[in-house]
Design a protein around this ligand. Structure first.
Ligand SMILES: Nc1ncnc2c1ncn2[C@@H]1O[C@H](COP(=O)(O)OP(=O)(O)OP(=O)(O)O)[C@@H](O)[C@H]1O
Length: 678
């Protein structure tokens, strides 16, 4: 279970259990004078030696001596930091070392250290004290030297330029835009800030965020909020997620009026969702909470907040509704960040992304200047780059394109392998033997291609006694939050996911990612396996493939090769799938036999399998049955949905075979998806 502790962020240490070991590391209290009196001053790095002629009473006052040592240490550290920041840095060598490729006109220098942020931000007009506080927070939360993408993005954003950045998964893109945003925006809630005085929570004026970050899912928005608040500390920056904690939500008095608009909004949301629904999963994941215009608690007047907001994080649809209902205005927003930008330029989000971009220039006062834009992702197809360039072209000095590492590669710290499982019937068997082989190092993420398959696989693993759960767009936001928390706490060992969890989610310490179902594109593969091997840690990714997937194997082989993984010669000799075949797979997942029907242990069809499994000699029990039902949404729910799937398949006449049922929803929605040139 210790392995899971790392997931929760900070590591905890069992002091009781390791008490005797702690003893070895505990400092022995010594009289500083006695222990250091012979120490030459040039070797007194930590300032522990007392001055030869101390003021009377000082040497004998341990508190005063400690204070003095602390002051000396801080002043030495500040000198070292300042010296490091001022020292000439070979930026070309730095860029080579971190594989940073910058393109554009008059390129700004990368920022070589977090300390160097201070001078750059001060040059951009920020108050030194605010930026110094930020740098202190950076070190206090345990961040190390900046990664390649952070060096590039900090330099570009602090030079007031637009940026399009593509860097591997887990390479720190989140802080690459959060730190410069905070460095450029003086904290509006700081005691010294005039904005703090005009703080209001009840007026009906729109919220005017100074910077906006768009995330494709609510989970990511909440994650970015946590990271931003961690870095901002208590220095007075207001960072919020739209619609959460009453931010951008109208007070009760206006609630009724808003309710009507809300209904309209909901219809609009449905329409937008229907028109733009593409990769069904992520879209569905985004829509339910976005249509809830007045979130829980929004009825109370004191739950509403429309005071100053430095950074507002939101999903696209939620922001579009807020713009339409005038709860939010972007006319004075200075920075707009599109995280997972390639996703936001896909057809299902494109309309909303366009509306958001348009809202930035609508009614913009002349003195507000242009909105500075930043686009970030681990994958950036050239078609998306073209769209992005169109949006950012013409910005002061032009856009800077920052590519870190190989654009079509996965993170180098992931050990990737492909595993042939012949047919669907053998997959579960292969998974079981992986589990018993000792190579199954929890915490593990397992990706499948549809909601139904996620439920079925979780069901099978729970039945096998594995501590598993499933997360997908059919679960409510609260359920998803709970599952994520349980996984982070180590209460769930094995999380079965659809592609909705493939992007951006930063579970610390995931050791293994299994692609139970072959990914539908190189992009999906890169994001899925990128849930492991984060922040320089090692990880492993295993991808199952059947005979039906074999034609697409080379797509993944190419990513593996570009990432520096060893690939057998016979795989390298495979032909690349044609562009048409790639597009077809992206639009329609391969039809697969239901997982429940491949278990070979008395199919739990319509909830009847429980008996079959018991007869088959497997362990069962009431507790497990209940857990299975929770994951599956209840016997009746599964039964009803399965029946509906079957009815739909027969009615549409598109599918006669039941074993294609799980592909229904994504396939229908995927038809409208934009084609990506990967
Ligand atoms: N300079 C740093 N030093 C130490 N840890 C860092 C640093 N920068 C980021 N991290 C940590 O690395 C992890 C991954 O960062 P982040 O989630 O921003 O990656 P990402 O590049 O956005 O990944 P993805 O493409 O999957 O969204 C986080 O836990 C973050 O706290």
């Amino acid at each position: 279970m210790d392995a899971f502790r790392t997931l929760a962020g900070g590591s905890r240490f069992d002091r009781k259990r390791f008490q005797s070991d702690i003893g070895h590391f505990q400092a022995v209290k010594q009289d500083p004078v006695a222990s250091t009196s012979a120490l030459p001053t040039e070797l007194d790095f930590f300032g522990v030696a007392q001055p030869a002629a101390a003021e009377p009473g000082t040497a004998s006052d341990p508190k005063a001596a400690k204070k003095e040592r602390k002051r000396k240490r801080a002043s030495e550290a500040a000198k070292t930091d300042a010296a490091a920041a001022a020292a000439p840095v070979d930026l070309a060598a730095l860029a080579r070392k971190h594989k940073i490729k910058l393109t554009g006109l008059d390129l700004p220098d990368p920022v070589p250290s977090v300390e160097a942020v201070v001078e750059r931000a001060v040059a951009a007009g920020s108050a030194r004290a605010d930026v110094e506080a930020l740098v202190r927070n950076w070190r206090a939360i345990g961040m190390k030297d900046p990664t390649g993408v952070q060096m590039a993005a900090w330099g570009t954003m602090l030079a007031n330029r637009d940026i399009l950045a593509c860097a591997p998964t887990g390479s720190g893109k989140t802080f690459s835009f959060i730190l410069p945003l905070l460095a450029l925006l003086p904290p509006s809630l700081a005691a010294s800030s005039p904005a703090a005085l005009s703080l209001t929570t009840t007026s009906s004026a729109p919220l005017r965020p100074r910077a906006v970050i768009i995330e494709p899912t609510r989970e990511l928005a909440m994650q970015v909020l946590r990271e931003a608040r961690r870095l901002a500390g208590d220095a007075g920056w207001k960072v919020a997620v739209l619609g959460e904690e009453g931010v951008g939500v109208q007070a009760k008095k206006e609630g009724k009026k808003k309710g009507k608009k809300g209904k309209k909004g909901e219809k609009a949301a449905d329409a937008a969702g229907a028109a733009g629904a593409v990769e069904g999963e992520s879209d569905r994941a985004d829509a339910p909470e976005q249509v809830a215009e007045v979130p829980e608690g929004g009825e109370k007047a004191d739950a509403s907040y429309n005071g100053p907001v430095d950074i507002l994080i939101t999903t696209p649809l939620r922001l579009v509704f807020a713009l339409k209902s005038s709860s939010v205005s972007l006319s004075t927003t200075s920075h707009l960040i599109l995280d997972e930008a390639d996703k936001l330029f896909e057809l299902n989000f494109l309309k909303q992304t366009d509306e958001i971009l348009a809202a930035c220039s609508k009614d913009r006062p002349a003195d507000a200047g242009d909105v500075r834009k930043g686009m970030f992702s681990a994958t950036m197809p050239s078609s998306v780059e073209e769209l992005a360039k169109g949006v950012m072209a013409g910005a002061g000095g032009g856009m800077v394109r920052a590519i870190v590492g190989h654009k079509e590669a996965a993170t180098a710290t992931i050990d990737q392998s492909l595993s042939f499982v012949n047919t669907e019937d053998h997959k579960l068997l292969s998974l079981r033997s992986l589990i018993t082989s000792g190579q199954f190092t929890p915490p593990v993420l397992i990706f499948v291609q549809s909601i139904q398959r996620a439920k079925e696989l979780a069901n099978e693993l729970i039945f096998d006694g594995i501590n598993a759960d499933a997360i997908h767009a059919d679960r409510t936001p609260e359920e998803r939050d709970q599952v994520v928390a349980r996984f982070a706490e180590g209460k769930v060992w094995c999380l079965i996911c659809t592609d909705v969890m493939a992007r951006g989610v930063d579970f610390k310490g995931v050791k293994l990612v299994i692609n139970y179902d072959f990914p539908q594109s190189a992009m999906s593969y890169i994001h899925r396996i990128g849930r492991t091997g984060r922040a320089g840690k090692a990880g492993r990714a295993v991808t199952f493939f059947t005979k039906a997937d074999a034609g697409h194997l080379k797509t993944i082989v190419n990513v593996m090769r570009a990432s520096g993984c060893a690939v057998p010669d016979w795989m390298l000799a495979l032909p690349n799938p044609s562009q048409d075949a790639k597009k077809a797979l992206k639009l329609r997942p391969i039809g697969r036999k239901d997982i429940a029907r491949t278990s070979g242990s008395g199919v739990p069809e319509h909830g009847e399998g429980e008996e079959g499994k018991k007869k088959g000699g497997k362990k069962g029990g009431e507790g497990k049955r209940r857990k299975r039902e929770r994951v599956m949404g209840g016997k009746e729910g599964v039964f009803k949905r399965r029946k509906e799937d079957e009815k739909g398949a027969t009615a549409s006449g598109k599918k006669g075979k039941k074993d294609q049922a799980e592909g229904d929803r994504p396939v229908k929605k995927a038809k409208r998806e934009i084609t990506l040139d990967e």
